[in-house]
Ligand binder design. Structure first.
Ligand code: AVJ
Length: 343
């Protein structure tokens, strides 16, 4: 099954009239402008950084799909195991929260894991509507068209947009209790501080008694973690380098991608798995009207994939307005899906 994500349109280059500017000016839609601004802002800051949310263009989606199938990258398999083996326990825990509910999924993607849960809830006559939220219009169109066919009787309301905008929309649409799914260890792409702020904001969009089911990757043998972000086939490397390619394609930049190498790290003390791209030479890169200088060995911080202890998963809940209810694990205890209730 394909995973679709946001795709940003082409950059339009035109020569401005009525000005004495001789150089081409690049006009961008607001989406493109924020991509451009984020790229320039990130590369002008010290240390340089790019935001991992931009990994997922059409090429990035395909590479992530490949990663999910590669032997070293364990998180997707672990969470799929939890959703396929513990379906009844997860389903019962959500049903036990009260009456009818809206089941909201943040960043639904192809909804492969949630499909196990949806099927169980339908078979057990739970009264609920599924509201997948995704930034990609393709994802939402795809899910709205296919889910009612694969799961007859499922009520689906697809929401295409940013998480918090769409959460507000869902609250305006119904005052049923809410169960929010945030799977795939996506929370790991924030530092612990950012994740705390995100959870506080999410809590503000919920009512007491509403539930949150979060997928979190756990600390484990550091070699296992590092290998998952440094696969022998070089998919993770291409996944990172592709963001430079995307900047070239969409913002007309001049990155020579062969002049950067992938540097993955894992710190077993903090649980922070971080990846960098390292400039192999002194170089200058043109992006629109800007020139960015890189020293030899200078790094761009690309992504954090935070790993948690079980105690930390409770702590981050308690610190941000949630109370831990239950947790589920795969056989190896490499990954957890936790259920929290809003206080
Ligand atoms: C999609 C955020 C869960 O951080 O593990 C995979 C993305 N990055 N390999 C992760 C990713 C490098 C992934 N998530």
């Amino acid at each position: 099954m394909a995973v679709y994500r946001h795709q940003i349109g082409e950059v339009k280059t035109l020569y401005m009239k009525n000005t004495n500017q001789a150089t081409p000016t690049i006009m961008r839609s607001s989406k493109e402008a924020s991509f451009y601004d984020d790229v320039i802002g990130g590369l002008r800051s010290s240390p340089k950084r790019l935001h991992s949310k931009y990994f997922y263009d059409a090429v990035g989606d395909k590479l992530f799909q490949e990663l999910m199938n590669c032997s070293e990258y364990y998180p997707t398999r672990c969470e799929l195991e939890i959703f396929s083996e513990k379906t009844a326990n997860i389903g019962q825990a959500l049903i036990a929260g009260g009456d009818d509910f809206d089941l909201i999924e943040l960043g639904a993607g192809n909804a492969m894991k949630s499909t196990f849960l949806l099927k169980y809830l339908l078979e057990h006559k739970a009264d609920f509507t599924y509201l997948p939220i995704d930034i990609s219009a393709n994802v939402i169109a795809y899910l709205s068209a296919t889910l009612p066919q694969t799961l007859p009787g499922l009520q689906v309301t697809g929401l295409n947009g940013e998480y918090f905008d769409m959460l507000e929309k869902s609250s305006a649409m119904s005052n049923k209790r809410k169960v929010v799914l945030f799977l795939g260890s996506n929370i790991g792409n924030m530092s612990i501080i950012e994740a705390g702020a995100f959870l506080k904001r999410l809590r503000d969009h919920l009512n007491p008694g509403d539930m949150l089911l979060v997928g979190m990757d756990l600390k484990k043998n550091p070699k296992t973690i590092l290998a998952a972000y440094n696969d022998k086939g070089g998919i993770t490397k291409r996944f990172n380098i592709n963001l430079l390619g995307r900047i070239n394609r969409e913002l007309g930049a001049g990155f020579i991608t062969t002049q950067f190498e992938h540097y993955p790290t894992y710190d077993p003390e903090t649980g922070a798995c971080k990846s960098y791209l390292v400039s192999m030479v002194d170089q200058q890169v043109r992006i629109g009207d800007e020139t960015i200088r890189f020293l030899k060995d200078e790094c761009i911080f690309m992504e954090i994939s935070q790993k948690f202890t079980i105690a930390q998963t409770d702590q981050i809940a308690n610190n941000n307005g949630f109370k831990p209810v239950t947790r589920f694990f795969d056989q190896k205890k490499w990954f957890t899906d936790v259920i929290w209730v809003a206080e």
